[in-house]
Design a protein around this ligand. Structure first.
Ligand code: NAD
Length: 362
């Protein structure tokens, strides 16, 4: 297993491996870049097939967090952690406590949030040994309503704002609150997808939805008047907007030639199977809202849990996602380059030229 020459290494600043035979913990923390502040990113628990698979995942995810936070204008760097193991079989309090001590040993360079395989209660167990966990405190959400710390409402709202920006650029719909008749296909009606669908319905959009869990799809049909469609159909409908809100890699060599949407704008992470697929979308004239820009509402929300901030401030910051996308879409049209490339360049401008920041502490 190579490290410095690993294909995903990309000049990571710090990489830590931790093994605790007593609890069975084997974990990696990757810190990609802290020029904007301490690294914040999820702690994923997954039964990786090999150490190399775990390393590849943590490096890729950690780098992605640097770009996401920079584009959201947060004083945060990029980092991520992985615990090697099956969350349903190997997750014990002792293991999570050991992870808490591992986090603490980095002295605040990295702050962990929940991710797949970990939950808010798990983070709270880690938090017995460190203050370097985030997304765990109940407080008023960005909309002023009580929040458990779950970032999904802010992610959904940011994605809605991003769709408003995309349809303004692509379809000339200049009144963001009037999306009457806009057709949107939503894939995945979970925590984010359902809330996004509700924002869209409230603005007048017509929804087509699919979720592998029938009860999630039925909820959108019953409560939001959405039209249920099939698994194969949802990506390829002749709609204004396709909003992937389930899993990654849905934009690939097979799907892109068959898309009929004018805009792809959804909350799912890692929608492009390969980075170059943003070019394929661009060549087809489909406006793509880069996922790490449009789905940043959650990290913005978590950031304010750490530094404090009134709901209005959080809401305004989430709404800035629309302005960032405006800039990306405008530059893309001006320079004749795909939106993903422009977003990466803009992020690099923001984290490479940012004065070293003390940011938040522990
Ligand atoms: P979730 O698990 O609550 O919802 C995902 C939904 O997708 C579920 O209802 C699931 O049944 C459905 N699904 C899974 N595979 C599917 C498929 N093949 N076709 C259709 N539906 C399928 O997760 P979430 O928190 O809503 O997150 C959704 C996406 O947004 C994920 O990619 C996540 O990484 C990303 N994201 C979430 C947040 C957040 O704040 N929750 C922040 C940033 C990015």
């Amino acid at each position: 297993m190579s490290v410095f020459t690993h294909a995903e290494f990309d000049n990571h600043q710090h990489l830590s491996f931790h093994c605790d035979p007593e609890t069975g913990l084997r974990a990696i923390i990757a810190i990609h870049n802290t020029s904007r502040g301490p690294a914040l990113g999820g702690c994923r628990m997954f039964p990786y097939g090999s150490d190399d698979e775990a390393l590849t995942d943590v490096l890729r995810l950690s780098r992605g967090m640097t770009y996401k936070s920079a584009l959201a204008n947060l004083d945060l760097g990029g980092g991520k952690s992985v615990i090697i193991g099956d969350p349903r079989k190997h997750k014990t309090e002792a293991l999570l406590e050991s992870m808490g001590r591992f986090l603490e040993s980095l002295g605040g360079l990295y702050i962990a949030a929940e991710d797949s395989g970990t939950s808010v209660p798990d983070l709270k167990v880690m938090g017995r040994h460190t203050a370097n966990v985030a997304g765990v405190s109940p407080r008023p959400g960005f909309d002023g309503r009580p929040s458990s710390g779950d970032p999904s409402p802010a992610t959904a709202y940011g994605t809605f704002v991003g769709i408003q920006s995309a349809v303004k650029h692509k379809l000339g719909r200049t009144d963001p609150n009037d999306l009457e008749g806009l057709t949107v296909a939503v894939q995945g009606i979970g925590n984010v997808g359902y809330r996004l669908a509700r924002h869209l319905r409230d603005a007048g959009a017509k929804l087509s939805v699919f979720d592998i869990h029938r009860e999630n799809m039925n909820r959108a049909v019953d409560e939001l008047g959405a039209t249920p469609v099939g698994a194969e159909e949802v990506l390829f409908l002749p709609v204004d907007v396709l909003a992937p809100c389930a899993m990654g890699a849905v934009l690939n060599d097979e799907s892109i030639p068959r898309l009929q949407a004018s805009v792809v704008a959804g909350a799912a992470n890692n929608q492009l199977y390969r980075t170059s697929h943003d070019h394929s979308l661009w060549q087809r004239g489909i406006l793509y809202a880069p996922d790490f820009v449009i789905n940043a509402g959650g990290i913005i929300d978590i950031y304010y849990e750490r530094v404090g901030g009134e709901p209005d401030v959080v809401r305004q910051h989430v709404e800035n996602i629309g302005e960032t996308l405006d800039e990306i879409f405008t530059r893309s049209a001006r320079d004749g380059r795909p939106t993903g490339q422009i977003a990466n360049q803009l992020a690099e401008e923001r984290f490479e030229h940012h004065p070293a920041s003390a940011g938040m502490s522990g």
